[in-house]
Each structure stands twice: as structure tokens, then as C-alpha cells.
Design a protein around this ligand. Structure first.
Ligand code: FEO
Length: 170
């Protein structure tokens, strides 16, 4: 059995990941409303990845004989006034999630829970990629977002993102 504090943090992370999916669907809906269907697609795919993350945390708990408790998912409360705002909100959110993963890792380390540390290694790396992707979107938008023709091309580029299942299998 897992240490109770570690188990609780892992269970809470399920909700955080589902919230991330909900948040990114909200971003996706905003861009779809604005006619930027490529940006909408990018965040819809991101939401699928977040759902995968939630299920991985659930599966890990179940593989270790722990009961999973699902909590309510908060309503995303963003009112965007510019195309760039969701990009910045997304980057900040990923930094926040990285902090959550590190907190669980630190607790697992304190408890000498090497199994959970190994499980979380994938998420530590994944967060590095997610922050980098989010920051990359901001940089591209800063470079090209003000020019309608360049924005059109960027939107087409983001429309090409396709979902792929996580590389971590439990
Ligand atoms: Fe599941 Fe984007 O962190």
C-alpha cells in the first residue's frame, strides 16, 4: 500500500488533470468561436492528453490497491479579450501543474516511495515538454500573430496537430 499522504496527493492530481482537460476545452471553444479552428484543434488535442494523464494517475492508484475518489471539476472562468491570452494562461497553468507534480515527487521521496518516484519520472519529463510547447506557442504568436496572413498560416499549422496515445503504459 502507498503512504496515505502520497496516495492523497495522487488522487488529487486526478482532479487537477481533468480540470486541465476542461480548461483546454474552454480555450478550444474560445478559438472556435473566433474562427481560429487550428488553435481550437491544438487545445482540443491537448485536452485529450490531459484526460490521459488523469486516467494514468487513476490506473496507478488502482494498480497499487488504492480506492480512487473523483471530485467535482471547477468551471473554467476565463473571459478572453485577445487571441494571445489563452496562450499565456496555458503556459502559467502548465507551470502550476509542474509544481504539483514536483510536490508529489518530493513527498514520495520523503517517504522513500521509489515506485511512485519512478512512475512520476514520466510526468516530470512530460511537464518539461508541455511547458516548452506552451512557451513556443507564445513565441510564435508574438512573432506572427499581428499579421493576418501569418496568423492564417499559423492557424493552419496548429490544425495539423493529431492526438497520439501517451508513451507511458501501466
Ligand atoms: Fe497533465 Fe499539461 O499537464
Amino acid at each position: 500500500m502507498l503512504d496515505e499522504k502520497v496516495r492523497e496527493l495522487l488522487n488529487t492530481q486526478i482532479n487537477k488533470e481533468f480540470y486541465s482537460a476542461y480548461l483546454y476545452l474552454d480555450f478550444s471553444n474560445y478559438y472556435a468561436d473566433q474562427g481560429l479552428n487550428g488553435f481550437a484543434n491544438w487545445y482540443k488535442v491537448q485536452a485529450q492528453e490531459e484526460r490521459d494523464h488523469a486516467v494514468l494517475f487513476m490506473q496507478y492508484l488502482q494498480n497499487n490497491g488504492c480506492k480512487v475518489t473523483l471530485d467535482g471539476i471547477d468551471k473554467p472562468d476565463n473571459e478572453f479579450t485577445s487571441f494571445s491570452e489563452p496562450l499565456h494562461a496555458g503556459y502559467e497553468h502548465e507551470q502550476y501543474v509542474t509544481g504539483l507534480i514536483h510536490t508529489i515527487y518530493a513527498m514520495a521521496s520523503e517517504q522513500k516511495d521509489f515506485r511512485t518516484m519512478q512512475f512520476l519520472d514520466w510526468f516530470v519529463k512530460e511537464q518539461g515538454e508541455e511547458e516548452s510547447n506552451a512557451e513556443g506557442l507564445i513565441k510564435k504568436f508574438d512573432l506572427f500573430g499581428a499579421d493576418p496572413r501569418a496568423l492564417y498560416i499559423l492557424d493552419n499549422e496548429l490544425a495539423a496537430r493529431v492526438y497520439s496515445a501517451p508513451s507511458l503504459v501501466l
